[in-house]
Ligand binder design. Structure first.
Ligand SMILES: [Zn+2]
Length: 205
């Protein structure tokens, strides 16, 4: 069973990196799976996956300054899951709970408090430590518009953005804060096109 966890996020340092917009009331920030195994050196590395961390940090710092709620999801699997090749799935083992690969990337300025979760690629399947799904957490914080970024564009970011739209959130995907797996070379671009077609706004590079 594949699992995602999600935690509300409190407190970041300032970053030098500009970019973020002026947030508005009703905005929220979702950082998707910024974990070691999805970065170079990990077991399912996304090319330049680690390059998103300064972007995520900058957005998180700006969101914190603006009082905008920040959520971070993570992929979180048992050692045996049908998600993995050896047990009938597609992927090499990655983000196995309790391993270094499942930890947030060290460049990410985040606390590691996390709860247990559900299966799927989407952060909307994730739950916090009290078992509440992301949509509930967003509702409690009066979030209507979600900025989404992280890893990887063509899987968890896409699934999270599409589920957000389905759940009637406005969604903006922050392109410079994402990187794609690109099993096929165009997967990342195609994922962005799908999200756009479904109603997401995509930021320019
Ligand atoms: Zn996974």
């Amino acid at each position: 069973m594949n699992t995602h966890t999600v935690a509300a996020y409190t407190g970041v340092e300032d970053s030098q990196m500009p970019t973020p917009p002026s947030f508005q009331v009703g905005d929220g920030l979702l950082l998707v799976d910024p974990q070691n195994d999805f970065c170079p050196g990990g077991s399912l590395p996304v090319a330049s996956g680690d390059a998103v961390m300064p972007v995520l940090n900058a957005w998180a710092a700006a969101a914190e300054r603006a009082g905008v709620p920040i959520f971070v999801s993570r992929d979180w699997h048992p050692a045996r899951t049908t998600h993995f090749k050896d047990y009938g799935g597609t992927w090499p083992p990655h983000c196995v709970m309790g391993t270094r690969g499942a930890e947030f990337h060290p460049d990410l300025r985040l606390p590691a408090g996390v709860g247990e979760a559900e299966d799927a690629y989407s952060a909307f399947q994730a739950r916090d430590s009290a078992g509440r799904p992301l949509a509930t957490l967003l509702g409690e914080r009066d979030v209507h518009h979600l900025y989404v970024m992280g890893l990887a564009t063509d899987y968890c970011v896409k699934a999270s953005a599409l589920d957000g739209l389905t759940a009637a959130f406005q969604v903006t995907v922050v392109r410079e804060g994402t990187r794609a797996v690109n099993v096929q070379p165009q997967d990342g671009e195609q994922a962005l096109a799908e999200m756009r077609a479904a109603g997401a706004a995509i930021t320019e590079e």
